[in-house]
Write a protein that binds this ligand. Structure first.
Ligand code: GTP
Ligand code: MG
Length: 245
């Protein structure tokens, strides 16, 4: 007689999502990801004390979910990189075999996740890429914004000697062993430079990466937080990382 016995919560795939004021977006993202029917799907949300109550909302979503749904609450805004390190660490502790990182604001299409997970059979890291055939950015982006984003990425690739074409992508899937090899404790950058630093460490450790095209769509809800100064600071810090090995 098994009635009443809770289902075994077996986590295979952890989706790690950092949030800061994503109240409108998070439930939509979770619903779309759940609808994909991924086996052993679980979530790790890292909320930095969002004033709009995203953290409490995440707790509600967790209580409704029949599987692993972990919410890390941190008191104040500590930046994307620190959030990912906390989220990845938790995903590994929970025993995830595959770990996906994506933004909460629906810029990274959930529909691409199953294909990215499948590609982990042939590579250690799968990078969602705007700059391979089939990829792209929101059609509403101005010519100038496209140029800044593209050439900023080229600059970072040159500074780090990166093979991956989309150096700043925050949409990635990792084998568990890849995150262990990259070594989360050794990562230094927390802001815009975090994604390129991870790509650099992966390449330096000899991990294989394939790029999977996706079209980056702008957030429609919530406030944009990006600035030119952030990008410039990241470039400088990445240069130091390259020079110091
Ligand atoms: N936990 C945490 N999450 C953050 C922080 N900053 C941003 N985020 C989240 O990280 C993801 C990416 O941040 P975004 O603000 O979308 O960054 P972006 O895509 O470069 O810029 P915009 O979408 O234009 O704002 C989103 O899910 C944010 O809610 C932070 O300091 N802490
Ligand atoms: Mg965004």
């Amino acid at each position: 007689m098994t009635t009443g016995v809770p289902a075994v919560k077996r986590l295979k795939v952890a989706i790690v999502i950092p949030t800061y004021n994503e109240r409108e977006n998070l439930p939509v993202l979770i619903t779309e990801l759940r609808a994909l029917g991924i086996e052993g799907l679980g979530f790790v949300i890292v909320d930095d004390g969002s004033p709009d109550g995203t953290g409490e909302l995440a707790d509600e979503l967790a209580s409704e979910y029949d599987g692993v749904f972990d919410v890390i609450h941190r008191e104040r805004k500590q930046g994307l990189g620190r959030s990912y390190i906390a989220g990845f660490t938790r995903a590994l502790e929970l025993g995830a075999e595959k770990i996906v990182q994506m933004d909460a604001d629906l810029s990274h299409p959930p529909a691409e996740v199953p294909e990215m997970l499948a590609l982990l059979e042939e590579a250690d890291v799968v990078t969602g890429s705007r700059y391979v055939r089939g990829g792209g950015v929101d059609p509403s982006w101005s010519f100038l914004r496209r140029q800044i984003s593209f050439w900023g990425g080229v600059g970072i690739r040159m500074v780090l000697g990166l093979n991956v074409r989309d150096a700043t992508s925050g949409f990635k899937a990792f084998r568990r062993s890849a995150l262990v090899t990259i070594g989360l404790d050794g990562l230094k950058l927390s802001g815009y430079g975090f994604q390129p630093e991870v790509a650099y460490r992966a390449q330096k450790a000899g991990l294989s990466t394939v790029e999977h095209p996706f079209v980056f769509m702008d957030r429609t809800a919530g406030k944009s937080k990006m600035s030119f100064g952030i990008a410039l600071e990241a470039l400088y810090r990445l240069l130091l990382i390259r020079l110091r090995g």
